[in-house]
Design a binder for this molecule. Structure first.
Ligand SMILES: [Zn+2]
Ligand SMILES: [Zn+2]
Length: 130
């Protein structure tokens, strides 16, 4: 069972579905909707994902796609597409243990921010900058 939720705790979800398409997405819509350089996602059968607390707000980010997020704290949680009615995408970083689902590929690298390639070699601090 995979469990997760938003920053404020209003929305909690769980899924016992087998995850697939573990990916990092560099598309401009993921970037804008999250405010982050890229977003990690995984997919599960839509019927396997259930809300255990709260309910997301939905925003149509394209003709087919809708993004579910917490209206209280803004956490990006879900993506569903009219093209793929039997599956739902969940943001990997909203999992209680994101380490369980490492990404297997990267999408939309044509629009990847160039400086991401250098991020891992920047000066690093274990917590806040000292
Ligand atoms: Zn929230
Ligand atoms: Zn994307």
């Amino acid at each position: 069972m995979l469990t997760g939720g938003c920053l404020c705790g209003a929305i909690r979800y769980q899924t016992d579905g087998a995850p697939f398409h573990e990916s990092i997405c560099h598309c401009s819509l993921c970037r804008r909707s999250s405010g982050a350089p890229f977003v990690a996602w995984f997919s599960v059968p839509r019927a396997s994902a259930t809300l255990t607390s709260g309910a997301p707000a939905w925003f149509h980010s394209s003709i087919y796609g809708e993004r579910g997020f917490c209206a209280q704290c803004g956490t990006s949680l879900f993506f569903r597409s009219a093209d793929l009615p039997d599956e739902i995408d969940i943001t990997t970083a909203s999992l209680d243990d994101p380490g369980l689902l490492p990404p297997r590929d990267q999408l939309y690298t044509a629009t990847r921010i160039q400086w991401i390639e250098d991020a891992l070699v920047l000066p690093s601090f274990p917590a806040a900058r000292t």
